[in-house]
Design a protein around this ligand. Structure first.
Ligand code: DQQ
Length: 538
């Protein structure tokens, strides 16, 4: 089936076949990036969860390795679930993961590389004393999973890990302390809790520097540091983060703004994105974020394709020094090594109602696009009032016209626009004259296939005085990953066109606002090569 074959990505990581979900235990070791992932070796649907394994020199080209861990002990027989790696100062690796036991109890287990001198870390040994942690009193047997990378507490020479859970409808993160990674003690209270958010999966907890662009090792703390707390909400399947302060002495994390707490405020990504995890890349001194992009077609189609899910292009995460209220996410620079031919356009004028076809210099299925928009001063000043209460998800998407939006790009579109995925800005103007900018991605017309979940995704994006509106897009067959305003707001879509595929795919600029003159002041488009992602042969 040529249509389904086209959907396979060319430079995003995905296994050769079958089901994948969460990224697990990412780390950089002896010159290699390691990615483990939740993997079903037998089917394109979740089940029989093992740890798949792949290695890369540059986070873009990958070698598939044999399974790292399979369910073969009573403490993980129902699944080798999600976990994290900790690289100790002496260079050794501690891997802690959740196992689903014979009774489906969620316990935490320990594993080590069988041969630390092997840069590929092919073989893993599970600790004979597993499980190392079982659900404590008051915690549900099935609500206790996904240990974080450990951080070091110098004041008492111990390490701590966080584990997500819930109590009634309150999502929580518990902390355990250890000095040897073999025995653990539950610390009193919680690292953090947010009522109404339900089960916290895949908690992530790490420092970011409040000045400069460098990443921080997970154990860093002190002046000039904020801590990010992230939880993947089982109830609504989105990854929420917040910025705050970690008090080591009391082991509590407090959000900067209680209105923007974990699970009620910002998301890493407003599209199809879940169960993410960061690691500190000591070789390039950056913090790198992985995220799982699931499917939005049907399980039947996934079975027919023989595969399901991809990982995002790894993103560098830094604190946004300008807004001071959010993170910035940006594709790792290595993705730029795939760039081949280049098209550069300037000052493309788009009056209200215009659609401008763009020559991308080849096919439009593997692209890296950077575009900047400017709305004329007259349009902004002239507009009386428009939609400050706009909501991407409940809007009519690119087809819903207002004075100052929507405008942006149409990608994975066919010539007649019968299929299109819109990536757009939408400006609201309050009675007080203040502007509020929204960044959205509209999948409503992305395919004519009947069995696909199609949505409009998005949220507010902070725009500071004097800034143009900018967006970077990575298009890779069935994936559109977008980053607005340098990565303040990000959206990932899965798109499954029936016509806008292979050579028929096109890119357009559009302005569907009724009262805005918009100029694409700069539009840069690169064709991207396919990445080398193959089995490693022994
Ligand atoms: N996926 C894993 C769990 C985790 C969930 C099981 C999140 O450990 O909570 O495959 O997607």
């Amino acid at each position: 089936n040529a249509m389904l074959a086209w959907q396979r990505t060319s430079y995003h990581f995905q296994p050769e076949k079958n089901w994948m979900n969460d990224p697990d235990g990412p780390l950089f070791y002896k010159g290699w990036y390691h990615l483990f992932y939740q993997y079903n070796p037998d089917s394109a649907i979740w089940g029989n969860i093992t740890w798949g394994h792949a290695v890369s020199r540059d986070l873009i080209h990958w070698l598939y390795l044999p399974l790292a861990m399979v369910p073969d002990h009573w403490y993980d027989i129902n699944g080798v679930w999600t976990g994290s790696a900790t690289l100790l100062p002496n260079g050794s690796i501690v891997m802690i993961y959740t196992g689903a036991t014979t009774e489906n109890v969620q316990v935490q287990n320990l594993a080590f590389p069988a041969d630390p001198s092997d840069p590929l870390l092919l073989h893993w040994v599970k600790y004979e004393g597993n499980p190392i942690i079982v659900p404590p009193p008051g915690i549900g047997m099935k609500d206790f999973r996904d240990p974080t990378t450990a951080w070091y507490v110098a004041s008492n020479s111990t390490w701590r890990i966080a584990i997500g859970s819930k109590v009634n409808k309150t999502g929580i993160s518990l902390t355990y302390e250890t000095s040897d990674f073999l025995s653990y003690q539950l610390l009193e209270g919680v690292l953090h809790a947010v009522p109404g958010t339900g089960m916290w999966e895949c908690v992530d907890f790490y420092p970011v520097a409040t000045t400069g662009k460098h990443g921080m090792d997970t154990s860093e703390n002190g002046a000039g540091v904020k801590h990010v707390l992230k939880a993947s909400l089982d109830d609504d399947k989105h990854d929420y983060y917040a910025l705050g302060t970690y008090d080591v002495a009391t082991d509590t994390w407090t959000p900067d703004d209680p209105e923007v707490d974990v699970g009620i405020g910002m998301r890493y990504d407003y599209g199809k994105y879940y169960a993410s995890k960061t690691f500190y890349d000591q070789s390039k001194k950056r913090r790198v974020l992985w995220g799982w992009i699931g499917e939005t077609d049907s399980e039947l189609t996934d079975l027919e394709k023989g595969w399901a899910s991809v990982q995002t292009i790894p993103r560098v995460v830094v604190f946004d020094e300008k807004t001071r209220s959010n993170l910035l996410q940006w594709p790792v620079e290595e993705v730029e090594s795939l760039r081949t031919s280049h098209k550069d356009y300037k000052d493309i004028k788009m009056g209200p109602g215009s659609v401008v076809p763009i020559n991308v210099g080849g096919t439009a299925t593997q692209l890296d696009i950077n575009v900047e928009f400017e709305v004329s001063k007259e349009s902004l000043e002239g507009a009386i009032e428009a939609d400050v209460g706009y909501n991407c998800s409940t809007s009519a998407g690119a087809g819903g016209r207002s004075v100052l939006g929507p405008f942006g790009l149409l990608v994975v579109a066919d010539q007649t626009l019968s299929e299109q995925t819109a990536v757009y800005f939408y400006i609201g103007k309050g009675t007080d004259g203040n502007l509020q900018t929204f960044f959205c991605q509209d999948e409503l017309r992305s395919t004519k296939a009947p069995d696909v979940l199609k949505r409009v995704y998005g949220s507010v994006v902070p725009v500071l005085p004097g800034e143009k509106l900018s967006v970077r897009l990575l298009v890779d067959h069935s994936i559109v990953e977008s980053f607005a305003q340098g990565g303040r707001t990000c959206i990932t879509s899965r798109v499954y066109p029936t016509e806008a595929l292979y050579g028929a795919a096109r890119v357009f600029l559009f302005n569907n606002a009724t009262g805005a003159n918009v100029t694409a002041t700069s539009l840069k488009i690169w064709q991207l090569n396919s990445a080398f992602i193959h089995p490693y042969s022994f």
